[in-house]
Design a protein around this ligand. Structure first.
Ligand SMILES: [Zn+2]
Length: 107
């Protein structure tokens, strides 16, 4: 028996997860491996010039990234554009961005 939320396996006879309190299922939840791509936000900024620069840096470094909120609808709501990379690239990407964006932060 498996918890659908945390994926912990329980012995037969137990019906709810001790951590989540959810009802256990016979099948384990699908493994994230190879299916689900996790993104980590490394920059959230309303300044398109800055996020654009970040994108070009990541591109130049060959770091895979996605941007979220990069359209007019979000701009109207004054939502920051988020630049996200894979967890394994976070440190490398942040280091590169820090080098170029240092001293240029609002707040
Ligand atoms: Zn659980």
């Amino acid at each position: 028996m498996f918890c659908p939320k945390c994926g912990v396996e329980f012995v037969e006879g137990i019906t709810t997860c001790s951590d989540c309190g959810l009802e256990l299922e016979v099948e384990p939840p699908p493994t994230p491996e190879g299916k689900f791509v996790e993104w980590v936000t490394i920059l959230a900024d309303r300044n398109y010039g800055r996020t654009g620069l970040a994108e070009s840096i990541l591109q130049a470094e060959g770091i895979e990234y996605v941007t979220e909120g990069d359209n007019t609808r979000w701009t109207e709501l004054n939502e920051p554009v988020r630049v996200c990379v894979h967890p394994e690239d976070v440190e490398r990407a942040k280091k590169k961005l820090d080098e170029l964006l240092v001293g240029d932060q609002e707040e």
